[in-house]
Design a protein around this ligand. Structure first.
Ligand code: LLP
Length: 428
């Protein structure tokens, strides 16, 4: 495990005492672990190989788009899955070649399609009949051929939070299963389109393998139906979604995923890809924060521990009622007598809560804590709500650490504001 508690140094991530980072930079500060990222990538990669599969791993850039993170994963062999022109440009800026990048998403604009085609994108995952026609026109106009996979909606319940499940027929994602064969035939006939394969992604933070198996079985059925029409299917994009253990969940096992892929799709003779985000990056990051004050609870209710981090930094608890572990940084704090508390941020919304009824050692003002498993969908979902600057970010690599993003200067928050001249002219 990447975290350990040292009697004097306190909480240590990889080989760096987190207090040293907080002393130098203050809080809130995000920390990513390079060694942890590499270890996780290798475990996933090995699981696929051990199952006898040759699977290309495309990191879902939306989970963590920092250039340093992308570079580390790239160095291990990862390609990228992107969902916007911005992510595409980030991935390329980190040195991932366009021909190892897949472009997903329900609303790619013409400009984004052109950008991707211009750079020679490996593939565009098309999510609707409408988008297919737009892409064909865009490709013809710029004299390119777009390699395409149809993202199908297998109508499978991934059993995750409603806001992150994507494979149900009523979701906005993907092409209805029963229209997929006809649309594939249409794709194969359209100018500027090369119909290359099928993509599926059923949701995120998936704990059980059954939904994966059900979705992949439907994909296999579809591939056979398409081939029966005399059309070629070269690639299957198996999506992301593998869950991690935030609290009591069992972490999704790459070996089990590999087994599901091999069992359901292994005999079709296609190239195979996955696009994990959370599983790779989530446990490789944490957020450091300081207790601003401990506010007494009303009439015997639990006290509030008010942190200097807030929902604008880590949005997951307020958006999804997500649970993130919260532990003190100092060994001395960690052994204080426990009490039940609500852990909140300073933003002016009741939803700005990191944990209800947590049992934590009694924390004094100025004590520091780490919010765990924030390496995926953490920093990337930050905002500057309440005119709060974006937090600093650090990369730990074994015993070394570097600042990889400076704390945002507060003036940059209004840098792009324009005051109409009429408001600045003296009256009269
Ligand atoms: N591929 C596609 C097409 C996706 O939509 C996603 C995630 C992934 C791959 C990566 O999924 P992962 O392996 O990370 O589960 N903000 C939410 C999660 C949103 C996931 C959106 N799509 C959260 O914080 O839980």
């Amino acid at each position: 495990p990447a975290l350990s508690m040292h009697a004097i140094d306190g909480l240590v991530f990889e080989d760096v005492p987190l207090n040293a980072i907080a002393d130098a930079l203050g809080t809130p500060t995000w920390v990513m672990g390079a060694r942890t990222l590499r270890t996780r990538y290798h475990r996933l990669d090995r699981a696929m190989r051990d199952a006898g599969l040759d699977v290309d791993i495309h990191f879902a850039v939306k989970a963590n788009d920092h250039l340093a993170v992308l570079k580390i994963l790239r160095a291990q062999g990862a390609g990228a899955d992107v969902v916007s022109g911005g992510e595409l440009r980030r991935a390329m800026a980190a040195g991932i070649p366009a021909n190892e990048i897949v472009f997903s998403g329900v609303g790619k604009t013409r400009a984004e399609m052109e950008l991707a085609l211009h750079h020679g994108i490996a593939r565009i995952n098309v999510e609707s009949a409408e988008e297919l026609e737009l892409l064909s026109a865009a490709a013809v106009a710029c004299g390119r051929t777009a390699p395409v996979a149809l993202r199908i909606n297998p109508d499978v319940d991934a059993g995750t939070h409603a806001k992150i499940t994507t494979g149900l027929a009523g979701n906005k994602f993907g092409i209805p299963y029963d229209r997929a064969v006809d649309l594939y035939a249409r794709a194969a006939s359209l100018p500027g389109i090369h119909a290359a394969g099928i993509a599926v992604h059923i949701g995120s933070q998936i704990e059980r393998m059954q939904p994966y198996r059900a979705a992949y079985a439907r994909v296999a059925e579809l591939v056979r139906a398409i081939r029966a029409r005399g059309l070629g299917v070269e690639v299957i994009d198996c999506g992301g979604g593998l869950g991690i253990s935030y609290r009591h969940e069992t972490e999704g096992a790459p070996e089990a995923l590999a087994h599901a892929i091999r069992t359901e799709l292994g005999d079709l003779g296609t190239r195979l890809e996955i696009e994990p985000g959370r599983w790779l990056a989530g446990p490789a990051g944490l957020l450091l924060s300081t207790v601003v004050l401990r506010k007494r609870g009303y009439d015997g209710m639990p006290p509030f521990i008010v942190l200097d981090a807030a929902m604008n930094d880590l949005a997951r608890p307020s958006l999804y009622d997500a649970w993130h572990g919260i532990i003190p940084l100092s060994a001395r704090d960690a052994v204080a007598p426990a009490e039940q508390v609500h852990v909140v941020g300073p933003v002016c919304e009741s939803g700005d809560t990191f944990g209800h009824d947590r049992t934590l050692p009694r924390l004094h003002d100025g004590a520091r804590v780490a919010l765990l498993d924030t390496g995926a969908y953490g920093m990337v979902m930050s905002s500057t709500y309440n005119a709060r600057a974006m937090a600093a970010q650090v990369l730990v690599d074994g015993a070394r650490w570097d600042v990889i993003r400076a704390r945002q200067k507060i003036e940059t928050l209004w840098e792009c504001d324009i005051i109409p001249e009429t408001l600045t002219r003296p009256a009269g």
